[in-house]
Design a protein around this ligand. Structure first.
Ligand SMILES: Cc1cc2nc3c(=O)[nH]c(=O)nc-3n(C[C@H](O)[C@H](O)[C@H](O)COP(=O)(O)OP(=O)(O)OC[C@H]3O[C@@H](n4cnc5c(N)ncnc54)[C@H](O)[C@@H]3O)c2cc1C
Length: 458
């Protein structure tokens, strides 16, 4: 096996191979202790051709490969073991082209999401994908996990922002489909197979991203609502009144709002008097008229009784402060170790689902802390529990309580974070036997030696 690693070293050069003590100090994954990183070696190819030669060699040797981007994944899909080779895209960070005529950007997979957003903005475009891990997460990782985030409501998930994809398959064959066109019904749309496959079917190397016009105006507000049933009504009202301008509708249950607004330095935009809070964002093309229309829309919602209170951001600083509250996941750790969830289900079924989940947990841990927030417009809930410990036994009890009630409600055990390793035992809650069987057949066909991220997803 040292021979294989030496041969990999010949492909990527001395700067591209780390092993043994050279791995010390590198992250093992989001919030994981550094010393947890284990692998036979870490290779850092600098081009698609190098990725292809690495995979060809690993495939011939039956060597498992874990692909890593920015290590912000939340389901352990990026986790390696002592027997794995890690393939990192960190040396593939070039923004190759921005094409204003077709509104596209061609990038290598290791570019961070934030760098993509900033390059798009500089060219007068919006790249709408946005999430809290933007500074570290790579665009390749976003696509491999089909990330969602804050603006799915209007712009869709990562999948909806990909026009072309270059992928290296398990045997090293490059599948290059880097077209810039929106309409392309020439047979199967093969790129979709790789989007959201979490490094189990191929390695994403280059992408043609779809850009959107940069909106000229942004309106942001915190809103308060008195009962759950008014949340979907309010969203529908605002969507209709604004002609589809709503880009974010982030709902916070009072416990979450109270937690993040009581953190040191935080400034609560609204008093703590209400059961539900919403961070709403709209974007349009006419700054003055849009702001006025936004205010009138919220005034009408107040008159109709859909809203109980509202505060509108008057500056970019206030807008940033409002988003910082919603993005504050650090405060969730205030009460010790936490167990966090990302599930999907129809909006109308959420209150009853949350009650059912909570019953056994509350019975076992009467002092449990629970925080709920979510991208409600997308049917996506984030639940976080803090019960004093996060041992494997505790984790299993809480996982069971959260995931099994989704089955009867047509819900998903993963709305946006993926399956990785941590949700694998629960995939069958959301997928039928026929779906699972086809997934297994696809995996066996595309990666017959099972070298790509083994043990993850399916
Ligand atoms: C603070 C914070 C907030 C977040 N908010 C959101 C959110 O709102 N919505 C959301 O959807 N996610 C969110 N996430 C999760 C995370 O940002 C995404 O999962 C992200 O898309 C992963 O990108 P990455 O580069 O860090 O990938 P990694 O964590 O390195 O890898 C994730 C998975 O993708 C695979 N992979 C990575 N790169 C490639 C590649 N080039 N080719 C093939 N496979 C690859 C890995 O093998 C692994 O299975 C958040 C994370 C953090 C830390």
């Amino acid at each position: 096996m040292p021979e294989l690693i030496d041969r990999l070293g010949e492909i990527v050069g001395p700067a591209g191979l780390l092993r043994g003590a050279e791995l010390a100090g590198r992250s093992a994954g989001y919030k994981r202790p550094l010393e947890e990183l284990t692998a036979k070696a870490l290779v850092r190819p600098a081009s698609t051709e190098e990725v292809a030669r690495v995979l060809e060699l690993c495939n011939e040797a039956g060597q498992s490969v874990v692909t890593q981007g920015g290590l912000t994944g939340l389901v352990d899909g990026n986790l390696s073991t002592a027997g794995d080779i890690i393939l990192s895209l960190e040396r593939m960070r070039t923004i190759e082209e921005i094409d204003p005529a077709s509104a596209t950007m061609t990038v290598q997979a290791g570019v961070t999401l934030q760098a993509v957003q900033e390059a798009a903005a500089e060219a007068g475009f919006l790249f709408p994908l946005d999430l809290g891990g933007r500074g570290s997460a790579t665009i390749g990782g976003n696509i491999a996990t089909n990330a969602g985030g804050n603006r799915v409501l209007r712009y869709g998930m990562a999948r909806d922002m990909v026009l072309g994809l270059e992928v290296v398959q398990a045997d090293g064959v490059v599948l290059s489909s880097l077209g810039k066109i929106i309409k392309n019904n020439a047979g199967y749309d093969l790129k979709q197979m790789f989007i959201g496959s979490e490094g189990t079917l191929g390695v994403v190397t280059r992408i043609v991203l779809r850009l959107r016009p940069m909106p000229a105006s942004q309106q942001t507000a915190y809103l308060a609502v008195g009962q759950f049933d008014d949340l979907p009504k309010l969203l529908d009202f605002c969507n209709r009144r604004s002609g589809g301008a709503v880009t974010a509708f982030e709902v916070m249950w009072r416990d979450f709002y109270e937690l993040v607004t009581s953190a040191p330095g935080a400034n609560p935009p609204l008093p703590l008097d209400y059961p539900f809070y919403i961070l709403m964002e709209a974007m349009g093309g006419d700054p003055e008229a849009d702001q006025e229309r936004f205010e009138m829309m919220l005034a009408a919602a107040l008159d109709d009784g859909l809203l109980l209170d509202a505060v509108i951001a008057k500056s970019q600083t206030e807008t940033n402060a409002m988003w910082a509250l919603r993005d504050d996941v650090e405060s969730l750790r205030t009460f010790g170790p936490t167990v966090g969830f990302d599930v999907g289900l129809p909006i109308a079924l959420m209150p009853d689902y949350i009650d059912e989940v909570d019953k056994p947990i509350l019975a076992r841990w009467p002092d449990r802390r629970r925080f709920v927030f979510g991208h409600l417009g997308d049917g996506n809930l984030h639940l976080t529990y803090s019960v004093g410990d996060a041992s494997a036994e505790t984790r299993k009890l809480i996982d069971d309580a959260v995931y099994y009630p989704l089955a009867s409600r047509g819900g998903s055990v993963s709305a946006e974070h993926g399956i990785g390793l941590s949700k694998r035992p629960y995939l069958e809650v959301s997928r039928s036997e026929a779906e699972l069987a086809l997934m297994r057949r696809i995996k066996a066909m595309m990666d017959p030696n099972g070298i790509l991220n083994p043990g993850k997803v399916i």
